[in-house]
Design a binder for this molecule. Structure first.
Ligand SMILES: Cc1cc2nc3c(=O)[nH]c(=O)nc-3n(C[C@H](O)[C@H](O)[C@H](O)COP(=O)(O)OP(=O)(O)OC[C@H]3O[C@@H](n4cnc5c(N)ncnc54)[C@H](O)[C@@H]3O)c2cc1C
Length: 155
């Protein structure tokens, strides 16, 4: 760690919650999404395991140990990118701690500049607490690296 820097261990910020009809805050006209709220301390192994019973598909990392925060704020590459876009493109809303300590939500209607910046820039001045992300229904919830042999089956 650099001198005078602050490091926050997110491992114990846990939680995976599925929604059949999630609407981002301050957007009553937004269409409802099949979505999940994923807490910062979750990794893709845990998320895939939770999603598998529900047959949900996430654009996630190919390694089970990849953390949600660094992956999504870095853009998020997946074998599904060609069909669905980056993981950052699936994000519907984020709960973020600003450097001031304030906790805010960010989505397409609320704190739009922050929402844009948090999806690919990987800021070190903010902390993502949780992410609401689109979770389409499909057969690819287990899409890990060992499943790459099945990519030819994707329509
Ligand atoms: C085995 C393996 C497989 C991988 N496979 C893929 C892949 O398929 N696709 C892909 O795109 N990438 C892949 N990666 C790269 C991976 O996405 C990055 O290493 C990513 O940074 C991991 O995030 P993390 O939260 O686990 O890492 P960390 O080292 O904890 O964090 C990395 C950066 O993200 C920031 N960060 C972490 N959490 C938060 C948060 N909650 N809020 C704000 N900032 C945060 C940290 O400050 C740091 O700057 C892989 C990496 C490994 C080791």
């Amino acid at each position: 760690m650099a001198p005078d820097s602050l490091s926050i261990w997110t491992k114990h910020i846990r939680g995976i919650e599925f929604h059949s009809a999630f609407r981002p805050a301050h957007c009553p006209t937004c269409k409802p999404y099949s979505a999940a709220t994923l807490a910062a301390g979750e990794d893709w192994g845990q998320i895939y395991t939770a999603a598998s019973d529900l047959n949900l598909t996430f654009v996630g990392g190919t390694g089970d140990t990849i953390g949600l925060g660094g992956y999504v704020t870095g853009g998020g590459h997946s074998p599904l990118n060609a069909m669905l876009g980056l993981a950052a493109d699936q994000v519907l809303e984020m709960q973020v701690v600003l450097a001031s300590g304030e906790i805010v939500k960010a989505n397409e209607k609320l704190n739009r500049d922050l929402f844009w910046a948090m999806r690919g820039v990987r800021s070190t001045a903010t902390l993502v607490l949780s992410i609401e992300t689109d979770s389409g229904v499909g057969r690819w919830s287990h899409f890990r690296s060992h499943d790459l042999r099945h990519t030819q089956d994707i329509p």
